[in-house]
Ligand binder design. Structure first.
Ligand code: BES
Ligand code: ZN
Ligand code: ZN
Length: 502
């Protein structure tokens, strides 16, 4: 986006397209008569006759039929204003974004008044518009050589509003920071695994650190060996690609305390190892670093908005491959924590990567832990593809997290982790833990295994195996990577920062 501007009068607008919300009674919109008489009355007639529908997210495009400087009007239905929420507005603007992408309109004006309600201010409209449009118009360009389409971007965006301009600018910047970070995470997940290797993922983190002034550490194989990170190293053993343990530190207060640790599974490709995946299940496993992408995306928002909350991000990056040197079922490995693990299934590799990443986050001073991972097919069986599964050891922390997820509209559902589950994770004749107690309720075993390394630290586990990738276009974006949890993690951090400064 090259230019952002604000205008108070509809008649001054110059644009390819003017975006207008249509609540069920458009005649009630403040300033509706700013349209020319003939246009506004015709639109009302068409709404009455049902030729233009005002249902939620219904889109109608038409020439402006007026002397004004906008060439077309894009009406988007809002349904009943009473039922409109921030999350629904975000969806409305994402559908607008999809339409702008499809029609390649790069010079866009948005009239804010029709979108406001008793609850939603102009600033809310501008925030959800900047977020929704950037999310909705995302497209992974890919590597086709026969494509002569140029990348779409909105060159000029104008808001028509009489609200305080500085406040609107700030709202716009927040929405943009959120959506661009989500798209950044989507891009990483959509990238092919030969191009997004652990060292490339580390390079991406280094760029973030340079841009946002984070402290950064990227441990290579030798450093990991010296520290004793036997769990992630076992997963990496069969690979030609070096692993990376990526650490980003955002210091917001004078002292390094009260630190939230965000830990991501960064398996850049998961073949399953010797417990090899069937060929159909292997395709798509380039996305097994979705947790890492979520954590790095959240850090990008934190870097932009700089909340008063210390955060450390730890990403364990490796692929899970086969060779004469690869680890195998029956191996016993020693994790960074000192705990020994009997490997029963090399395809349960994510929990091994996370074991060392979580331990390292604790060693770096994390007082709260959230791990994010495409960890189990079990979560898809339990909750489907539209709900992230969660476990926790701390009610209060989880409640705070759930409030953030309600704000972003990213659905999370908690599963139980009982003493008998823990017993099964600890059952082994030869080691402290086993990495695969069974397939019955195995989302819980996956997350519960990570829980063995957190101790008393308040902890939330997020299994995004179902939500990280979408099989078809959805409310906020196209088929493919969703960037799930980027927004919720950042929202939680912002909320925790606000609480601290109260
Ligand atoms: N990366 C997979 C989980 C996954 C499945 C992610 C489907 C995205 C879509 C994970 O490493 C895995 O293979 N988990 C196994 C665990 C089992 C061996 C205990 C699974 O869920 O089948
Ligand atoms: Zn696996
Ligand atoms: Zn995996």
């Amino acid at each position: 986006m090259k230019t952002l501007s604000f205008e108070t009068e509809l008649s001054k607008v110059e644009a390819d397209v003017l975006v207008v919300g249509l609540p069920e009674h458009p005649e009630n919109i403040a300033g509706w008569d700013a349209f020319t008489e003939s246009f506004s009355s015709r639109v009302l007639d068409w709404v009455r006759s049902g030729d233009i529908r005002t249902g939620f997210k219904e889109i109608v495009k038409m020439p402006s039929m007026s002397e004004q400087g906008y060439q077309r009007v894009l009406f988007v239905g809002l349904g009943s204003p009473k039922e409109l929420t921030e999350d629904k507005l975000r969806q409305v603007f994402a559908s607008v974004g999809k339409e702008l992408l499809a029609s390649k309109y790069g010079n866009v004006a948005i009239w804010t008044a029709p979108f406001t309600t008793d609850e939603l201010t102009c600033a809310d409209v501008v925030y959800t518009a900047s977020e929704g449009i950037v999310l909705g118009s995302y497209k992974f360009e890919g590597y086709r050589t026969d494509s002569n389409e140029k990348d779409f971007s909105i060159d000029a965006l104008q808001f028509i509003s009489t609200f305080d301009e500085e406040e609107l600018k700030a709202a716009y910047a927040v929405g943009k920071a959120y959506a661009e970070a989500v798209n950044g995470a989507r891009h990483l997940v959509n990238m092919p695994p030969n191009l997004l290797t652990p060292s490339k993922l580390a390079e991406h983190a280094i760029e973030l650190a340079e841009k946002y002034d984070f402290e950064i550490e990227t441990l290579g194989k030798q450093e990991m060996e010296e520290l004793g990170m036997g769990a992630i190293l076992a997963v990496n053993q069969g690979s030609a690609e070096e692993p990376r343990m990526i650490v980003l530190k955002y210091t917001a207060t004078e002292e390094w305390g009260d630190v939230v640790g965000l830990v991501g599974k960064g398996v850049t490709y998961d073949t399953g190892g010797y417990s090899l995946k069937p060929r159909e299940s292997m395709v798509g496993m380039k996305g097994d670093m979705g947790g890492a992408a979520a954590v790095l995306g959240a850090m990008a928002i934190i870097g932009e908005l700089r909340p008063a909350q210390n955060v450390i991000a730890v990403v364990g990056a490796t692929d899970n491959m086969i060779s004469g040197e690869a680890f195998k079922p029956d191996d016993v490995i020693t994790s960074l924590s000192g705990k020994t693990i009997e490997v029963l299934n090399t395809d349960a590799e994510g929990r091994l990567v996370l074991a060392d990443a979580v331990t390292y986050a604790k060693q770096c001073g994390a007082n709260y832990l959230i791990d994010v991972a495409t960890l189990t097919g079990g979560v898809i069986v339990a909750l489907g593809n539209d709900k992230t599964g969660a476990l926790t050891n701390n009610e209060e922390f989880f409640e705070e997290f759930m409030e953030a997820s309600l704000e972003t509209g990213e659905f999370v559902w908690r599963l139980p982790l009982t003493e008998s589950d823990k017993k099964r994770i600890r059952k082994s004749d030869v080691a402290d833990l086993n990495n695969s107690p069974g397939r019955d309720g195995h989302m819980i075993f996956g997350g519960g295994f990570v829980g063995e390394f957190v101790g008393d630290t308040p902890w939330i586990h997020l299994d995004i195996a179902g939500t990280s990738d979408a099989a078809a276009a959805h409310d906020l974006g196209p088929k493919g990577a969703t960037g799930v949890m980027v927004r919720t993690l950042a929202t939680l951090i912002e909320r925790m920062a606000e609480k601290d400064t109260e």
